[in-house]
Design a protein around this ligand. Structure first.
Ligand SMILES: NC(=O)c1ccc[n+]([C@@H]2O[C@H](COP(=O)([O-])OP(=O)(O)OC[C@H]3O[C@@H](n4cnc5c(N)ncnc54)[C@H](O)[C@@H]3O)[C@@H](O)[C@H]2O)c1
Length: 240
């Protein structure tokens, strides 16, 4: 329970789903956690659950100045930033520009300002939330922008890992399969649960905590030689 003792983490989109589970896990492992979200009530609830080692931050990751300010707020509150999880994202069906702004540009703003802040302090770890749809695709016009953005996150991860590796910053991405959150609830409600479960080797959807466990590994010193890589957490969906 002390794998992140003494570390400070900023997590975007931490008010719900995978971000929330990651915030709670990181805090349980001893980290100071900045719970950042565009939804203030949701962020406040998570920070309250954590207690005094946590603060709330309002940030719309599609706005570069917000992301810069979130990093500055982290350093102001806890004196440093060791870990950044670029988790905030929206599901398919959005307009193209909005999708790219949040799911791709938002991650780039985090990498750009987060990597520089970490490098200036001797290093750190950035974890980007891509998707298995950053490596493969499924049919459907509704996920064209999502797929393109998540493939882009894989490329961004490689670029920042190569650029900042020499300065001690590791950059990885996680590629989840179907995880039970508010993002997949509408798919399940529309009759898509069987589709999500049947293609998954383990025969079920994943839980946010199962993604948070991999984020913890990547954020921790256990992953000291791991950078520039995609980490599939999909119960076997992409194995077929
Ligand atoms: N759930 C899945 O099956 C799944 C699969 C693969 C990848 N992912 C990725 O994991 C990440 C988290 O997804 P989730 O399922 O936990 O989603 P979720 O909808 O449960 O939670 C997303 C959180 O991000 C916040 N958010 C949305 N837009 C934001 C913005 N512009 N700025 C800041 N915060 C914003 C929301 O308020 C919410 O709290 C996303 O990047 C998503 O694409 C999810």
């Amino acid at each position: 329970m002390d794998r992140l003792n003494g570390k400070t983490a900023l997590i975007t989109g931490a008010g719900a789903g995978i971000g929330r589970a990651t915030a709670l896990r990181f805090a349980a492992e001893g980290a100071n956690v900045v719970v950042s979200d565009v939804n203030d009530d949701a962020a406040r609830a998570v920070a309250t659950e954590i207690g005094e080692t946590s603060i709330v931050n309002h940030c719309d990751t599609s706005v570069e100045a917000d992301v810069e300010a979130a990093i500055a707020a982290t350093i102001k509150a806890f004196g440093t930033i060791d870990i950044l999880v670029n988790n905030a994202g929206v599901g398919g069906g959005q307009a193209w520009d909005r999708m790219i702004a949040i799911n791709l540009s938002g991650v780039m703003y985090g990498c750009k300002h987060g990597a520089e802040a970490m490098a200036a302090r001797g290093g750190g770890s950035i974890v980007n939330l891509s998707s298995m749809l950053g490596l493969i695709s499924i049919p459907g016009a509704g996920v064209d922008g999502y797929t393109a953005a998540k493939h882009g996150v894989v490329g961004l991860t490689k670029n920042y890992a190569l650029t900042y590796g020499p300065r001690g910053v590791r950059v990885n991405c996680i590629n989840p399969g179907w995880i039970e959150t508010a993002m997949t609830d509408p798919i399940a409600a529309a009759g898509g649960k069987a589709f999500m479960v049947e293609g998954t080797a383990l025969g079920r959807m994943g839980k946010p905590e199962e993604v948070a466990a991999v984020a913890l590994f990547l954020a921790s010193d256990d992953a000291s030689f791991v950078t520039g890589a995609s980490h599939v957490v999909d119960g076997g969906w992409t194995a077929r």
